[in-house]
Design a protein around this ligand. Structure first.
Ligand SMILES: [Zn+2]
Length: 452
């Protein structure tokens, strides 16, 4: 990896006073300070990145974990001793020097801010980085009263661990809330939740609809895996038991979403969709569609958490989990159209952008293998739509009519919900073998020249 895993955004349209400006400057430095840690973890050449010895197999890890469960902890590096036996080192020991520096910056920011809750949050986060008390810090962050400035920093996403989907990568973001966009996003979230509250939930499903926080931020910096993945949203925590107890916190990154729409989603739309079909959709409606995909993805996640899904589907879990969240979210839009919160045309734009985003994941995963789960998941959807007549392809992608497309979404959503709620590892494997072909992407390579 040549480029440093850090992105500074030129975020505009937000106001901060001089005190807040000073706090932000410290937080940005803290986010920069974890870059060298992530560089020691990442390694796209190996499915287990640098979290495990490069020669280790899935089976060896599972066997060794019977004796030492810490091997499967999200927060340990696994190494071999002289005799070849696997042992673990906690992140806060392994990266002690870098984390001490990061913690100092967080504590300095805590001294500068006038918001007491936020100051406390920063101190708990600093503790977590230096002593491994992540849960205390996460719970406080998820349940605290929302504050204008926000930061997430530490070991968070597990996508780099393609071997076991266990190890968390260091990453950070710093943002300032966008009140107007947050308000709009909450309207959609609440009306979908209102419908779902009336549906009986099975006992294995984690239920925390009344404990979700949601915000749309202008982002100032991404570092670590966040910079590599250029993510547009995040939902924490990921453990369904914690979610049920404390709720979840969803963040949308307006700045990276904007960049992705302009540089990828819109140009892809112009290349892969049939020309006559394209004329019906304005840039504005497509941009809303792009944002709503991300919004619906996170809402979908919050409605589809099954406590045993990860242990059933193992390393295939993120493929099914990430796709089913979006598809379930889009399916739930039917009630928004019914209530007149969005128009049918706007729902169509959401589906168009789903397809454009699929190609974006494929393009991005070529450089960043940790995004493969998204690319495979979206291939499952596209192939499923094509095989079942929801979309067609001649001189570009289009659909015969909107009704068919929506039925295609419903059919796929049912299949995925079955997998995530009660499916076995083999069920998931079978579904992926049947619909996971990347041919659906690669046959557009010619049209996507300069973008791929
Ligand atoms: Zn997701």
């Amino acid at each position: 990896m040549s480029k440093l895993p850090v992105i500074h955004f030129k975020a505009k349209d937000f106001k901060v006073n001089s005190e807040e400006q000073k706090v932000l400057a410290k937080l940005i430095k803290a986010a920069e300070a974890i870059v060298p840690i992530y560089q020691k973890q990442e390694n796209p050449k190996f499915p287990g990145a640098n979290f495990y010895p490069h020669d280790v197999t899935n089976e060896e890890i599972i066997e060794a974990a019977k004796e030492n469960p810490d091997i499967l902890s999200p927060y340990t590096m696994v190494e071999r001793d002289k005799k070849g036996k696997l042992f673990t080192i906690p992140y806060h020991t392994k990266f002690k020097k870098e984390l001490a520096k990061t913690a100092i910056l967080l504590r300095e920011a805590a001294k500068l801010t006038k918001n007491k809750d936020f100051a406390h949050r920063l101190c708990l986060q600093a503790n977590a980085l230096t002593d491994g008390s992540y849960e205390i810090s996460d719970i406080y962050w998820i349940t605290m009263k929302p504050y204008k400035i926000d930061i997430a920093i530490g070991p968070i996403d597990r996508l780099d661990d393609r071997l076991m989907f266990k190890k968390a990568s260091f990453e950070a973001w710093v943002g300032v809330i966008d009140d107007a966009k947050t308000k709009n996003a909450k309207i959609i979230q609440n009306s979908i939740y209102d419908v779902k509250r009336k549906i009986f939930a099975s006992s294995e499903k984690a239920n925390f609809l009344d404990k979700t926080q949601l915000r749309v931020d202008k982002t100032l910096i991404f570092s670590g895996l966040f910079a590599r993945g250029m993510f547009t949203s995040n939902s924490l925590p990921t453990d369904p038991n914690l979610m049920e107890r404390y709720g979840i916190k969803i963040t949308f990154f307006d700045t990276s979403l904007d960049l992705k729409f302009n540089n990828q989603h819109l140009p892809i739309f112009k290349r892969i969709f049939e020309k006559g079909f394209q004329r019906d959709y304005s840039e504005e409606i497509l941009k809303d569609g792009s944002f709503r995909n991300v919004l619906l993805h996170e809402i979908g996640h919050s409605l589809l958490r099954y406590k045993d899904a990860e242990s059933r589907l193992r390393e295939l879990f993120p493929i099914i989990d990430e796709l089913s969240a979006t598809i379930y979210g889009i399916k739930s839009c039917a009630s928004l159209v019914l209530k007149g919160i969005i128009s049918e045309k706007e729902l169509e734009a959401i589906m168009i952008m789903f397809i454009c985003r699929a190609f974006t994941w494929w393009i991005d995963s070529k450089k960043q293998p940790s995004l493969e789960a998204f690319a495979i998941g979206h291939a499952l959807a596209l192939n499923h739509f094509l095989a079942n007549g929801a979309v067609q392809e001649s001189n570009g992608i289009s659909w015969p009519n909107f009704y068919k497309m929506f039925l295609g979404i419903e059919e796929l959503s049912d299949a995925l919900e079955r997998l995530i709620s009660i499916g076995t590892y083999n069920d998931a494997k079978h579904f992926i073998d049947k619909y996971g072909s990347f041919m659906i992407y690669s046959r557009f390579t010619g049209r996507l020249k300069g973008l791929v």
